[in-house]
Design a protein around this ligand. Structure first.
Ligand code: SAH
Length: 465
């Protein structure tokens, strides 16, 4: 991040701009939304600026800027659209200690003005560090349609009520009050009875919250999906948005954790490979401890919580402590990996069932019904199989599996660094060690990438011809 976003207090402060043309007008339109004292230097100002000056909304000085003109200015805009003149005025402002912006000159500017979505006092600033103004405008347009026009009004009324709400205990209860105001009672009352009704509504709502008992602690076991934040469910996003405590695995990506409520306590309980049961007991203890304190907990697990996620050990711990819980499913690695291959997990006439296996369990390499798996046409999604690849290969071949059976590994499915390794049962251990996969990888036994399969069909067809 080369530019750090902040909101500058401009009420009663001096802001100076040099220029009288289109660029000046564009900046002034934004600045006129503030309570800054605006001074414009322009030997020739356009009609719009003249009009603003006549209305007393800014001070217009109809000459070129000179040393001393930016004394005590907080911000300065060089908007003459003339390289030499902008450099001259900017150096005057810099000498006077103002922060300088030169219109359309990112390199020499000390600050830049973002695209703004204005629901005063709610203001969204969008910046791309000059890289993609088109993108900034698109995001702005998107937000403009998403944020109701009444948002500003509600926030303004809410602000006057903040002191009164201090009677509610800090934390969850107070947050719930505001959530209910901004997303429930507030918009509803505003629509039905206008601003006056909102004030009365706030009093009633506060009375309800004063007498209401605290919410009990609760645990949501949430599937975080394979890594791409866009593959989170809406329910997962909502849970993250409301969480007091987020307890997550190693597989959960930083991009997803970014979506947790800013004040949430985020605890990483990530285990690598063969995790020990002590660690699991510690996780159970953490969950129970926070929930008994009344926290709304999100237990965030990679993929789907019910697939090799030790979900039931944690729900049992909740039951034992009489803590309420629910499960929010997620996209499991097998689904994301099949999508990466462009393959269907099941297919009429090929495999009418699919097995989900783990490469290792608490005892070490996991044992399975190898005899059935070795039959032609079987498909399995093998989790945590990298370390046990040679073992799995040995078992399957021993039980008569065809050495040419396709085996495909998908590493980091759905993430930007996703990689696909297509091999065969015969070559699996060698190809795997050559590829050096470091991320989580799912192994498909009996499934090739769509394109490879198609290519194979072509070769077969050619051979037959
Ligand atoms: N609950 C998870 C699985 C946890 S076990 C789920 O439903 O996906 C951990 C294993 O999942 C890893 O060893 C790997 O085999 C697989 N896995 C998880 N995320 C993955 C990803 N993004 N790409 C490939 N495999 C992944």
């Amino acid at each position: 991040m080369k530019h750090f976003p902040i909101f500058v207090a401009l009420e009663g402060r001096r802001v100076v701009l040099s220029g009288g043309g289109d660029a000046a007008v564009a900046k002034l339109r934004l600045l006129l939304k503030t309570q800054a004292r605006l001074t414009v230097f322009a030997p020739q100002a356009c009609a719009e600026i003249m009009a603003w000056a006549n209305e007393g909304r800014l001070t217009l000085v109809q000459r070129k800027m000179a040393p001393g003109d930016t004394t005590c200015a907080t911000l300065f805009y060089a908007a003459d659209e003339d390289e030499a003149e902008d450099a001259r005025t900017a150096s005057i402002a810099r000498a006077d200690g103002a922060l300088v912006n030169i219109v359309d000159n990112l390199a020499d500017s000390q600050f830049i003005t973002p695209a703004i979505v204005d629901r005063d006092p709610v203001v969204v600033a969008i910046g791309t560090e000059g890289a993609a103004p088109v993108l900034a405008r698109a995001i702005k347009a998107d937000l403009e349609t998403q944020l109701p026009a009444t948002l500003g009004t509600l926030a303004r009324i809410g602000k006057t009520f903040r002191k009164a709400v201090d009677v509610l205990p800090m934390g969850r209860r107070r947050r719930d009050f505001w959530r209910s105001f901004y997303f429930g009672a507030g918009p509803r009352t505003l629509e039905q009875g206008g601003e006056a009704a909102v004030q009365d509504g706030l009093d009633t709502l506060l009375e309800t919250f004063k007498t209401q008992a605290d919410r009990a602690g609760h645990v949501a076991f949430v599937g975080a999906g394979p890594g791409d934040p866009e593959l989170l469910t809406l329910k997962a996003r909502k849970a993250l948005d409301e969480a007091d405590v987020v307890i997550h695995d190693r597989l959960v990506t930083p991009e997803i954790l970014e979506l947790a409520r800013r004040e949430a306590i985020v605890i990483n309980v990530g285990k690598r490979g063969f995790g020990t049961s002590t660690a699991q007991e510690e996780i159970n203890r953490l969950i129970v401890e926070h929930a008994l304190r009344g926290a709304q907990i999100v237990r965030l697990k990679g993929g789907d919580p019910s697939v090799f996620g030790r979900l039931d050990e944690e729900t049992e711990a909740c039951d034992a402590a009489r803590i309420g819980w629910h499960v929010v499913p997620g996209i499991t690695a097998a689904s994301a990996s099949a999508a990466a291959l462009g393959q269907s997990l099941t297919r009429r006439g090929r495999n009418s069932s699919i097995r989900m296996l783990t490469g290792h369990d608490m005892q070490g390499f996991a044992d399975h019904d190898w005899r059935t798996l070795a039959q032609p046409g079987e498909v399995a999604a093998i989790y945590m199989a990298k370390a046990s690849a040679r073992y799995i290969q040995g078992r399957l071949i021993m039980h008569g599996a065809d050495r040419a059976t396709p085996v495909t590994l998908v590493e980091n499915a759905s993430r930007p660094d996703q990689r696909i390794l297509a091999t065969t049962l015969d070559r699996l251990p060698d190809d795997l060690s050559k590829a050096g996969l470091n991320g989580p990888a799912l192994t498909f036994y009996g499934l090739a990438p769509h394109a490879a399969e198609a290519a194979l069909d072509v070769t077969k067809a050619q051979e037959l011809a």
